[in-house]
Design a protein around this ligand. Sequence first.
Ligand code: PLP
Length: 396
Amino acid sequence: MDINETKIITKGMNSIMNTYSRFPLVLEKGEGCYVYDTGGKKYLDFVAGIAVNSLGHGNEKLVSAVASQAKDMIHVSNLYWTRPQITLAEKLTDHSIFDKAFFCNSGAEAVEGSLKLARKYASRHHPERFEIISMKDSFHGRTFGAVTATGQTKYQKGLSPLLPGVIHVTYNDIEALKAAAGEKTCAILLEPIQGEGGVHPADAEYLSQVRELCDAGDIVLIFDEIQCGVGRTGTFFAFEQYGISPDAAALAKGIAGGVPMGVILAKDNFAEAFSPGDHASTFGGNPLAAAAANVVLDELFDNGVLEHVKSSGAYLQGKLESLRAQMPEKISDVRGLGLMLGLELTGLAAPVIHKCIENGLLLVSAGPNVIRFVPPLIVSEAEIDQMTDILHDALL
Ligand SMILES: *Cc1c(COP(=O)(O)O)cnc(C)c1O
């Protein structure tokens, strides 16, 4: 680290609240799947803003759409209509089983809004219901509702009292869910692939049983696809690979390629639970963010990115499997779908990640023992090879 970088970091520590244990890097430029620090050192970026930079860094179409929209109009109130937002809502509903979209600015907001939608739906149709069931080891964000739904106590310490009426059950355990669900259950919230919790995919049989349970009881089924959605697994939604669908879904992270945006999607009978005044967001779906998201969706649906994720995801998985075969004493599992993969180590992930950074590779953990791979969706096989070589050496 050069002296300049140390100075910048010291200023940051003196002026920014201490909520992250950050790596000692100051990043200032990105190009494709690479980022550069202030000293000019180049890093292969397999973090991608934690599954955010779906088109990589400096994507020309994204940059020019954002620049041109910024010239026309960055923001206008949702008291008025704008074309970029309507175009985006149509793209999302045309390519999904959902009928309506609500736009916000982050994952936590999309979860928060989904929970409000579920309670509103219950208040109309089943006024005695208010309970929300979510999963142990889940992650849903940091606002009070979302952090209550999050099934990890480390995120909840010192915040009580949390939102009342939220129950956590073991993931992939249908009997636990059936035992918890009752007359007061209004919604079930889960990630089809738990991200933060360690990259754990749901079992197909489990998800179809959850769907049946919700159908039988008119319980709102909400999927948090904030990390696993937007093409990350090779289909636009991860749930498409399970042959069932939820009543509402939350998206964020990769949706606008790095411009902040969250989305709630719902079928009409659930979306109708919101009336004017029930929910709102000043910035939600503003023209700048919507213009960015329109580019991301066009790349996914019309320009081959979804197909690319299928092939590069399989390629990455193959490379990780062969690493595991070479180092069974270091690597205990490879999990995930598409370009959302996890490598479970027999030891801690942090020292390996630090070595990779020294050698020009950015990786992120998901819990103490799991290295998570969420590169830009445009990652090439050559870049996957380079990543695997650096990781291999770090594991030695
Ligand atoms: C990141 C994430 C969130 C929270 O998103 P923010 O934009 O940080 O609020 C919620 N759910 C899942 C599954 C996530 O991965």
